[in-house]
Design a protein around this ligand. Structure first.
Ligand SMILES: [Zn+2]
Length: 126
């Protein structure tokens, strides 16, 4: 309605193309090779290893989009972004170091927040 002439022409062209595509018969899918042909192909080393490669497992964790993550999974079944790289500290000592590090991080962040939120005048006395 409000489309300009070139846009209308383009839409009409796309519609005609879609119509043509729909009117054409679908191509027949390729038939799998017969056992004899398959034997010959195998003797030639077909399929090459690159095609025969097993599809690697994906992570599958729920992403922020709500879809399963498509990254390749590491040994524990998750990708590097979803907990695949580390399974956390194993010993009590390790845990206490983790907590200490987190506490230090929180303190640093608090100090940063104070320095951002306080006016410069109040911090420096100028
Ligand atoms: Zn993932």
């Amino acid at each position: 309605m409000t489309d300009s002439r070139p846009v209308r022409k383009k839409k009409a062209r796309l519609l005609r193309r879609e119509e043509r595509r729909r009117s054409q018969p679908k191509p027949t899918p390729m038939k799998p090779p017969t056992p004899e042909v398959q034997a010959i192909l195998t003797s030639w080393g077909w399929p090459p290893r690159i095609f025969a490669q097993k599809r690697q497992k994906t992570c599958g964790a729920k992403t922020r989009k709500g879809e399963p993550c498509k990254c390749l999974a590491l040994a524990n079944g998750r990708c590097k972004l979803h907990g695949g790289q580390s399974t956390g500290p194993k010993t009590e000592d390790g845990w206490s170091r983790t907590r200490a590090g987190y506490r230090a991080y929180v303190e640093r962040r608090k100090a940063q927040a104070v320095s951002i939120l306080t006016p410069r005048r109040a911090r420096t006395g100028l």
